[in-house]
Design a protein around this ligand. Structure first.
Ligand code: ZN
Length: 281
């Protein structure tokens, strides 16, 4: 049975293989998808992102089209090179999505639907994204209560969960934790109200400071972190991210890194500025 972690990993693998590519072929064994595809073809659209939300896997195409599959007990997505032999019988095939480089095949997915952003929002079964840090109507209170609801989880994982807050990626996760003096492996239940406030405030501040350029993650990050560390030297733009073995810019302690969470994402921290034990400040 696919667990949340498995679906998360499947979504990452699909995203890596498919994002940015144009759909060159779409086939399905489901009549309702085939007829939807006749009226609003998938072919020719760009695959924008693939994400997991609970047991659901969402493939976002350009032009406001989203393919949602529920994995339930037996469903799976495989990625093949064109012409490569499938590992499951053709009779289990439900959807094929082709790009120039890959063939993504959904086997035995029991539920598959097309959505628009609007119909997805109205669907109560599919988990919603958390408040978007970049939106005007971002609710700090809602974000904080969604964080607190994950009491038993490590804050590094919670910050990356788009159902808690939408917008924080792996670079910002480590940087935000540093700015607030919070060790990324601390459980949410150990965090003070002040620390949670800091994480949400800093998240919003850093994310917004970085939206000056839409040419891609790297550039956006670059600009903002110059401001974050208040240094104009490009080499000094991040506090801890990818600085394992280097000295903390604040205290000189050697930065550490460990893999964390379902996707084994890298987390960086300063053991002096971000002690693992809760700080009572
Ligand atoms: Zn330090």
């Amino acid at each position: 049975m696919p667990e949340g972690d498995t679906i998360f990993r499947a979504a990452r693998a699909l995203h890596k293989a498919l994002a940015g590519a144009t759909v060159t072929g779409f086939e399905t064994a489901y009549a309702h998808l085939a007829s939807a595809n006749d009226s609003t073809p998938v072919n020719g659209r760009i695959i924008e992102t693939v994400e997991a939300r609970g047991k659901w896997l969402l493939i976002h195409f350009s032009g406001d089209l989203i393919l949602v599959t529920h994995m339930l007990m037996s469903g799976s997505w495989h990625i093949y090179r064109p012409g490569e032999r499938w590992k499951r019988p053709r009779s289990y095939m439900r959807i094929i999505l082709r790009t120039a480089e890959y063939e993504a095949v959904a086997f035995s997915v029991p539920v598959a639907q097309f959505h628009t952003a609007r119909s997805l929002e109205r669907n109560t079964a599919i988990p919603k994204l958390g408040p978007d840090l970049l939106k005007q109507d971002f609710s700090e209170d809602e974000a904080k209560s969604r964080i607190r609801a994950r009491a038993d989880e490590e804050i590094g994982n919670v910050l990356l969960d788009q159902k808690v807050m939408a917008g924080i990626g792996n670079v910002f996760k480590s940087e935000i934790c540093f700015v607030c003096g919070v060790h990324p492996f601390r459980r949410v239940s150990s965090l003070s109200g002040r620390e949670i406030d800091c994480l949400v405030d800093s998240g919003r501040r850093l994310m917004n400071a970085n939206v000056t350029d839409t040419s891609g993650d790297q550039t956006v990050t670059y600009t903002g972190f110059r401001r974050t560390t208040r240094r104009s030297d490009p080499a000094a733009r991040v506090w801890v991210y990818r600085r394992k073995g280097e000295q903390c810019r604040r205290c000189g302690t050697v930065i550490e890194m460990r893999r964390q969470g379902p996707g084994a994402r890298s987390s960086y921290w300063c053991p002096q500025c971000q002690p693992i034990a809760a700080q009572h400040r």
